[in-house]
Design a binder for this molecule. Structure first.
Ligand SMILES: [Zn+2]
Length: 397
């Protein structure tokens, strides 16, 4: 048994006891000293302690980079136009297919390490650049491998319908058929995916096609989530809600009916202000309506090479506040409690409660607002993952 007590002060319930990586008690320093006299005591000098941050939407495993596309977009070309011309996701898919599992994991590590330096202790990683089954499985294995290379928890999503492969151009129904009949059963059998994701958009897949994927995924016992209403109102939020999705992500164009459907289903709205910023979008997600309807709101980096090359969850919190109008409390909840809910792991993580994994972020600031209001600050003092301490200077190793 390895017991430790972290204490931020001497008065009130300001101390946390951990045993074997889980939170055993929360109380005052004197109370916990009495209960665990043999434990190692760590004085946190009054620092702010939050749950370890959770990035619940990333495409962090991929080959290549797409910096040239930024120049095209700066020259006025739209993301849709670049995607239709064979750029965008297809160019990343080609670069990804050339890397083996170890290379896919190692090229992602600098981005992963940047997130760890922001206090991230749980990271969602999607496949979706593989297009063919063997490369998709390779991406999922690389994602799981990252969880053995760094001290963090990894959740994986099989992004089944991301982009139509070139050989199926004009016949995306055939690709959906192949996903449903071959890919989904194989992925389910592999145990490599915690959920199934899809991209519902004019330049990707229709509501009917995503519905077929979700029917099959649910029949195989897999949870679902959806890239919904990012560039147009596809009524994709309502589709996600209909299938009891863990989350519906993006939501810039979601209408009132979509918000109501999310509220009824308890589906989490995952806001991705990085993509909104990089694409220079003007229509923000309906945050006020989501808030009013009681839809839980999470925030994620959407770390990906095309539309959100962002490896900072603290920056995503700032963008969510500045661009979408989230309060600082909503920003903190969005990367902890609600992000855990979006991954279906709230019973184990996302809040500081007895019985949960002792995943913490300890900050060199006094209040949560200080985490949100600036960009580029290095506020992390220490990460704690499953009760193990990782000082910020070596947050990842
Ligand atoms: Zn995404």
């Amino acid at each position: 048994m390895r017991a430790g007590v972290g204490t931020a002060g001497a008065q009130g319930p300001d101390s946390i006891a951990a045993i074997d990586g889980r939170i055993a008690a929360i109380g005052s320093a004197s109370e916990l000293r009495g209960r665990y006299p043999d434990a190692e005591f760590i004085d946190l000098d009054g620092r702010l302690v939050t749950p370890g941050l959770i990035d619940c939407h990333t495409h962090i495993v991929h080959g290549g980079d797409r910096s040239a596309e930024m120049e095209r977009r700066l020259a006025g070309e739209s993301y849709e136009s670049i995607a239709r011309g064979g750029g965008g996701i297809l160019s990343t898919a080609a670069a990804t297919s050339r890397l083996d599992e170890a290379e896919l994991a190692s090229t992602a590590l600098p981005r992963v390490d940047a997130l760890l330096a922001d206090g991230v202790t749980t990271l969602e990683i999607k496949s979706g650049y593989g297009l063919e089954l063997d490369v998709e499985l390779r991406m999922l294995r690389a994602a799981r491998h990252i969880g053995t290379l760094r001290p963090l928890s990894v959740s994986t999503s099989y992004l089944a319908a991301h982009v139509v492969p070139p050989e199926f151009a004009g016949g995306s129904d055939g690709y959906i058929e192949r996903i449903c009949s071959h890919y989904l059963p194989a992925v389910a059998g592999s145990g490599l995916a915690d959920a199934v994701d899809a991209y519902c958009e004019r330049i990707a897949f229709s509501v009917d096609q995503v519905a077929r994927v979700f029917e099959r995924a649910r029949a195989l016992g897999l949870a679902v989530k959806l890239h919904a209403d990012q560039l147009s109102n596809m009524h994709a939020a309502a589709l996600a809600a209909h299938y009891g999705a863990l989350s519906a992500d993006h939501l810039e164009f979601t209408d009132a009916a979509g918000v109501a459907a999310l509220a009824r289903a308890g589906t989490v709205a995952v806001l991705l202000p990085g993509a909104f910023y990089f694409l220079r979008q003007s229509q923000a997600p309906p945050v006020r309506a989501l808030r009013q309807a009681g839809v839980p709101m999470a925030i994620a980096s959407d770390c990906n090479p095309g539309t959100s090359p962002l490896s900072s969850l603290l920056a995503a919190m700032n963008l969510a506040a500045v661009e979408f109008g989230l309060s600082t409390a909503e920003c903190l909840a969005g990367v902890t409690r609600e992000a855990a809910r979006a991954l279906g792991v709230l019973a184990d993580r996302g809040t500081i409660e007895v019985g949960k994994s002792c995943d913490l972020a300890i900050w060199n600031v006094a209040q949560p607002a200080a985490l949100v209001y600036s960009l580029g600050s290095r506020s992390l003092h220490e990460r704690v993952w499953q009760g193990q301490r990782w000082p910020a200077a070596a947050a990842s190793r």
